[in-house]
Design a protein around this ligand. Structure first.
Ligand code: FES
Length: 145
């Protein structure tokens, strides 16, 4: 196959344009992960979560914990661009750009410049737990139930 210089350049520019468009779509896809319409998620009763338990609440993009002081939840949305961080033994890692967070949510490696959000936990109707992903609380707040 004999390509002219002009044809080669046209194909090259088209390919690079498609790659750029693919990257943009992927980036925008990450953004839509943070824009879920549902803000409150109803879970099981508090007694379901035993002391020192760690429960992944995939629908709420959060982890629920219970320590000696009570129940609390940490959002898995990375504060950099909103990717879902992955909980590992002892820390959280963001697969998108490599931010790393300690078990208590504090950031140890960027590009994220702040830690993971603690989100409000309450008891709703029928005594079931609710996680409010749009309500950020202090890292020391606990639900004693
Ligand atoms: S979205 Fe997590 S480090 Fe960029």
């Amino acid at each position: 196959m004999n390509l002219s210089r002009r044809s080669f350049l046209q194909i090259s520019f088209s390919a690079s344009g498609l790659l750029t468009l693919g990257g943009l779509i992927k980036y925008l896809g990450y953004q839509t992960e943070t824009s879920s319409a549902q803000k409150t998620f109803t879970l099981d009763k508090p007694s379901t979560y035993s002391i020192h338990s760690a429960t992944h609440i995939a629908s709420a993009r959060a982890w629920m914990f219970r320590d000696e002081k009570g129940l609390y939840a940490i959002s898995t949305l990375c504060p950099h661009l909103g990717c879902a961080v992955e909980r590992r033994e002892g820390d959280y890692l963001c697969p998108c750009h490599g931010s790393r967070f300690l078990q208590n949510g504090d950031v140890v490696n960027g590009p994220a410049t702040r830690g993971l959000n603690f989100i409000r936990v309450s008891v709703g109707a029928e005594g079931k737990l609710q996680v409010h992903v749009d309500q950020i609380v202090s890292a020391t707040e606990r639900l004693t139930s």
